[in-house]
Design a protein around this ligand. Structure first.
Ligand code: GLN
Ligand code: ZN
Length: 760
């Protein structure tokens, strides 16, 4: 049995590429030194995969920043303004990735977008009318030779032309079809080069095939590949799909002259059904994505073997594969020294996944002749048959006994509003912030000292109280209406809650690339989630004691906590969301009990796991995600005002669902998207009070009073003054103190001008 890996993480076992790149950006190392690090990593990754006996080892899956950007460069599609800087090839690339400001000129970075349903972000190609797509680079060819030189024959991997065209932004009058021929020609040129090199297999990734496609899309795909495949020569072409099934194009795809088709059996809900309905061509290799490339749990060998054996009736040429690139999982479990064996035995990160592939190819190779007695199989099944630790019957029962009533506040929104207005006495157009205040060096040091055991919990908390006091004083001085405690006790809005919930486990070095040099370390939901102790009450209560103005209690919502963690695979996302929802609910009720009048439950990442296919939005996601949020706050008294916050304002299409969260107030990022969302709010008769961010906190720039007045005036043309809040567009933790003070002073001044204008 042969095996294939779609892609391997490239940042390195200990994020070597990140650190080398950052040094390079600071000009502490040379281009050659950076390239040496990169070369070393590529070699190591190829060797690892070869040692695991992988038959189809990827090359060109490496990237200094992003594979889509690599392709943009390879296809001569990098916008003119980056080239005009006259920088070296490497620096032009980084200028497009990160933006450039210096002696050579000024260029903003390309836009960044989430890569399908992952937390990886790619750089969006921009095609203008004078873009001429053609093969200009040689990265894939060079990397193939590089691997060959160390004795590894690889399968070069490129994002396919269709996905490239679908992801691109069209800046001029030309559209997708105008570029299709050029793209086809470029891929033909790529295949020519591979032919010259004697490459056996090439992999074209076409994840866009798992999205909702129109007939035109399918026609475009078909035309593109008819053309390209007519020139494939001796190179075998693998069409690789992932993140779902290809229900809209399966029939067309199997009719094309591909030599192999890679299908996702993990996330592709209908993949098996498609095979059953339409069959699989006998002259092609089926690359069966049966090992999860996105999650960190060991594969259940019994399930995988059964699945693969079941596929044998459709194809007698099967290669087992990861379901997507391993880019989305951490590098290795070997780095984790503090996870107990009873926990770590369940996990397989990228390197361990290779070992699984090795064992599975051997076991499936002997299928029918007693694989069930093999040591590797028995060891694997032992993990799955053992009782799972961290089980919590009480929590399970609580979720099971939830009824409709647990998801609704008993006083409807309009009535609550009157009660809250009366109670809070905020007046029109209240000003507030999103929660965090600048994380100064002192704030970070306090946490790291405590972590290292250099200070006691009491000292740590004393320091936090100091930060809270400073934060409250500053807000009083600025004249904000609704205050926050500043979040100096948290490094991260998810990890902080995870650390305070039973059922979570944490890794030390399990980093996953989010974009470029930025990596995240998602906590792992290991068992049933339960709140053991109050989490934020101490800080919020203290903060409130310092002011007569309301200080918001500040929590992260269940959907965001879930979406930024590695979830369990043995229970549903819905079940996990409800467990976390119950924990947050307890915290909400404790905050209320402690006298907190306004509670904000952030759902920054609510949209993140919205299914790729629209028909699944409700049934697979929103039908539990929105209730999970409501579960958190349905138990509060009508006078307690519930806020939420969302980071990306691109939620036009789910405005109704957002309203159904039944919060009293929502704040969101809007300044960069020019407040377009406001039209959607109006069109949908949005009921929740709103605080569209009046300035962009992602930039150190201090917004002027006038520009914020203008934003507010614009907002008031669409939003009733009774419903409008005034706030920045996100938390201030990444900003400096000075710019924060100035920006907020201007915000309050702008608010005053508007308030005066409105009240006359
Ligand atoms: N309350 C959080 C903060 O202000 C929200 C962060 C976010 O939306 N990402 O930092
Ligand atoms: Zn935000």
């Amino acid at each position: 049995m042969n095996s294939s890996v779609i892609g391997f993480p490239r940042v390195g076992k200990l994020r070597e590429l990140k650190f080398a790149s950052e040094k390079y950006f600071k000009q502490e190392i040379s281009t050659e030194e950076l390239e040496q690090v990169a070369k070393g990593l590529r070699e190591m990754h190829w060797n690892l995969q070869q040692a695991a006996g992988i038959s189809h080892i990827p090359s060109n899956d490496f990237s200094y920043y992003d594979n889509v950007l690599d392709l943009t460069v390879l296809l001569n599609a990098l916008p003119e303004n980056y080239r005009q800087l006259g920088l070296s090839e490497r620096d032009t690339y980084f200028a497009a990735a990160r933006g450039y400001q210096g002696v050579a000129g000024d260029a903003k970075a390309l836009a960044m977008k989430k890569w399908f349903n992952t937390n990886y972000h790619y750089l969006v190609p921009e095609l203008s009318d004078n873009t001429e797509i053609k093969l200009v680079g040689d990265k894939p060819f060079v990397e193939y030779e590089e691997a060959k030189a160390i004795g590894v024959l690889t399968k070069p991997v490129l994002i396919g032309g269709f996905t490239f065209l679908k992801l691109a932004k069209y800046k001029g009058s030309k559209t997708i079809n105008d570029f299709a021929d050029q793209v086809a020609d470029a891929y033909i040129a790529i295949l020519d080069r591979f032919n010259e090199q004697g490459v056996e297999w090439v992999q074209f990734d076409e994840p866009s095939l798992v999205t909702d496609l129109t007939q035109e899309d399918v026609a475009l795909f078909t035309a593109l590949y008819e053309k390209v495949l007519a020139h494939k020569g001796n190179v075998k072409v693998l069409l690789q799909t992932y993140f779902g099934d290809i229900r809209d194009s399966y029939e067309e795809v199997v009719g094309l002259d591909f030599d192999g088709i890679g299908l996702d059996f993990i996330e592709g809900k209908q993949t098996v059904e498609l095979l059953e309905r339409y069959g699989f061509p006998a002259d092609k290799t089926l690359f069966a994505g049966v090992l999860n490339g996105k999650n960190i749990w060991k594969s259940d060998y019994k399930k995988v073997i059964t699945l693969v054996n079941g596929l044998k009736k459709h194809s007698n040429d099967i290669v087992i594969s990861t379901s997507c690139s391993l880019l989305h999982v951490p590098y290795t479990l070997e780095n984790e020294t503090s996870l107990p064996e009873e926990v770590s035995q369940y996990f397989a990160f990228a390197k361990e996944r290779l070992q699984e592939i090795k064992e599975l190819t051997e076991l499936i190779g002997t299928s029918g002749s007693g694989y069930e007695e093999q040591a590797a199989y028995l060891a694997n099944q032992k993990v799955f048959s053992a009782d799972r630790v961290y089980e919590d019957k009480h929590v399970q029962a609580s979720v099971a006994s939830l009824t409709e009533r647990d998801f609704v506040r008993n006083v409807p929104r309009q009535k609550r509003r009157a009660i809250q207005k009366e109670k809070l006495q905020l007046g029109l157009l209240p000003t507030t912030t999103i929660g965090s205040f600048p994380q100064t060096r002192e704030v970070k040091q306090n946490r790291s000292k405590y972590r290292k055991g250099a200070i006691s919990k009491a000292e740590y908390d004393e320091n936090i109280k100091g930060f809270i006091k400073e934060c409250i004083d500053l807000q009083e001085e600025l004249g904000l209406d609704v205050l926050v405690h500043g979040e100096s006790e948290r490094n991260d809005m998810v990890e902080f809650f995870g650390e305070n919930l039973a059922g979570y486990v944490f890794t030390e070095k399990a980093w996953v690339q989010s974009y470029g040099t930025r990596c995240v370390k998602p906590p792992i939901i290991f068992g049933d989630i339960r709140r053991e102790n109050p989490i934020t009450v101490f800080y919020s209560e203290y903060a409130q004691s310092l002011s007569d103005k309301p200080v918001k209690g500040m929590l992260t919502g269940p959907v965001t906590i879930l979406n930024w963690s590695f979830p369990r695979e043995d229970i549903s996302l819905r079940e996990m969301a409800f467990q976390i929802g119950l924990a947050i609910r307890e915290e909400v009720l404790d905050l209320e009990e402690a006298g907190i009048k306004i509670i904000q439950i952030d759902e920054a990442a609510l949209k993140e796991k919205l299914p790729i296919r629209r028909e699944e939005w409700a049934s697979e996601y929103l039908d539990w995600a929105i209730p999970a949020f409501r579960l958190c706050h349905s138990g509060v008294r009508p006078e307690t005002q519930v806020h939420t916050h969302m980071c990306y304002s691109e939620f036009e299409e789910i405005v109704k669902d957002i309203d159904n969260m039944d919060a009293d107030v929502i704040s969101f990022e809007a300044s960069r998207s020019k407040l377009t969302i406001i039209d959607a709010l109006k069109a949908n008769q949005f009921e929740t009070e709103v605080g569209p961010g009046v300035y962009d906190i992602h930039s150190p720039r201090v917004p002027s009073v006038e520009e914020m007045v203008a934003v507010l005036k614009n907002a008031l043309t669409k939003i009733d003054e009774e419903n409008l809040w005034i706030n920045p567009d996100c938390g201030l933790k990444t900003r400096g103190i000075k710019e924060t003070r100035e920006s907020l002073a201007n915000l309050v001044a702008a608010a005053q001008i508007i308030k005066d204008a409105v009240s006359v």
